[in-house]
Design a binder for this molecule. Structure first.
Ligand SMILES: NC(=O)C1=CN([C@@H]2O[C@H](COP(=O)(O)OP(=O)(O)OC[C@H]3O[C@@H](n4cnc5c(N)ncnc54)[C@H](OP(=O)(O)O)[C@@H]3O)[C@@H](O)[C@H]2O)C=CC1
Ligand SMILES: CC[C@](O)(C(C)=O)C(=O)O
Ligand SMILES: [Mg+2]
Ligand SMILES: [Mg+2]
Length: 339
């Protein structure tokens, strides 16, 4: 088994006394900044004027422009959207980098795909939480944490790896597990996971189930409960104790259906499509498409996003959730909801 580090294995002295600039105060940014501060580290937030800037100030941070924050920090964690990082790096962050500083990321995209080319005299590492930023914060407050991957791209000080582990511990990842990786492995697996399984795979599965039932004449409300609402309850059991735990709690009839019908829906054909998705990621084809999409003001993204928001499942979902006061985004999800 790969070595999975937790709090007791990680020394954090290497990060103590250093100034950490958290660049961006969105999903990951607010969580890193607040967890680092609560772990006793010295944080400055760097972000453009606007909603995030105001929120970071309200949350009691010293908030500066990206350039100023980068200039005064020893460790610069870049938590801007991937597609905007290169411009901000070239125009603001780079000027603030001094020899021996550390440039850090929560996803290897721009380093791995050669969009950001850092100078040779700085450390470059990643600390990539394996979970959404709002949960990085929420679980930290609950005394738990979200696992993270750490990786080093460049080590000039000899301390890059230790700093990455200390940072991971400071944001709460050491409570769950920290695993070492490379920028390449993190980037390719993260993109694959979100496209084929966690986001793309899951939403497509839910939608296909919902559409199959409603097109067959069943009530949309029932289809929503069956294919979406209950998904969380089932996934919680898998999260807590694996497939066996979920199957233990479900009926034997469900388990038999799981065995005989699951592989009819997600099958070798599906795996072949997954391999195509992975190939596109590994070849850089996906990254190129995403970067070009952004250079052209996101025509395809906008059109699909509009259609997705109008899907009957979204409408019936918002009506049903309004009847369940316990099902709503938590308060710290403010930034997420505004997106
Ligand atoms: N979302 C997640 O949970 C995860 C994200 N990651 C990685 O973390 C990084 C950040 O992603 P995420 O947290 O989702 O990003 P978000 O979109 O949630 O937040 C982006 C932040 O950057 C600010 N920002 C945007 N453009 C600029 C700019 N030009 N100058 C200054 N500030 C700007 C936004 O401020 P404003 O309010 O003004 O728009 C906002 O505070 C990415 O590398 C991503 O891949 C990794 C693991 C999980
Ligand atoms: C699953 C999506 C993710 O990779 C994440 C929350 O880990 C992301 O990029 O947001
Ligand atoms: Mg991810
Ligand atoms: Mg991701």
């Amino acid at each position: 088994m790969a070595k999975v580090y937790n709090d007791k294995d990680i020394q954090d002295d290497v990060l103590r006394g250093k100034k950490i600039a958290v660049i961006g105060y969105g999903s990951q940014g607010h969580a890193h900044a607040q967890n680092l501060r609560d772990s006793g580290f010295d944080v400055v937030v760097g972000v453009r004027q606007g909603k995030s800037f105001d929120k970071a100030e309200r949350d009691g941070f010293q908030v500066k422009s990206v350039r100023e924050a980068s200039e005064e920090a020893d460790v610069i964690m870049v938590l801007l959207p991937d597609e905007l990082q290169t411009k901000s790096y070239n125009e603001e962050i780079k000027a603030g980098l001094r020899a021996g500083n550390a440039l850090a990321f929560a996803h290897g995209f721009n380093i791995h795909f050669n969009q950001i080319v850092p100078p040779e005299d700085v450390d470059v590492f990643l600390v990539a939480p394996k979970g959404p930023g709002h949960l990085v914060r929420r679980t930290y407050k609950e005394g738990a944490g979200v696992p993270a991957l750490v990786g080093v791209f460049q080590d000039v000080t000899g301390e890059a790896k230790a700093t990455a582990y200390a940072y991971a511990k400071a944001i709460g990842a050491g409570r769950a597990g920290v695993l070492e990786t490379s920028f390449q492995e993190e980037t390719e697996t993260d993109l694959f996971g979100e496209q084929a399984v966690l986001c793309g795979g899951l939403t497509s599965l839910i939608k296909a189930g919902f559409e199959t039932l409603t097109e067959a004449g069943y009530q949309p409300e029932l289809a929503y409960f069956e294919c979406l609402h209950e998904m969380k309850l089932i996934v919680d059991l898998i999260y807590e104790g694996g497939f066996s735990n979920m199957r233990y709690s479900c009926s034997d009839t469900a388990q038999w259906g799981d065995f005989v019908s699951g592989p009819r829906v997600v099958n070798e054909e599906t795996k072949a499509r997954m391999k195509e998705v992975l190939n596109d990621i590994q070849s850089g084809q996906f990254a190129k498409g995403w970067l070009l999409e952004n250079q052209t003001n996101r025509p395809v993204y906008t059109s699909i996003d509009r259609k997705e928001k109008e899907h009957p499942l979204e409408k019936v979902g918002s009506e049903l959730r309004a009847l369940m006061p316990f099902v709503k985004p938590k308060k710290e999800d403010e930034v997420l909801v505004q997106k």
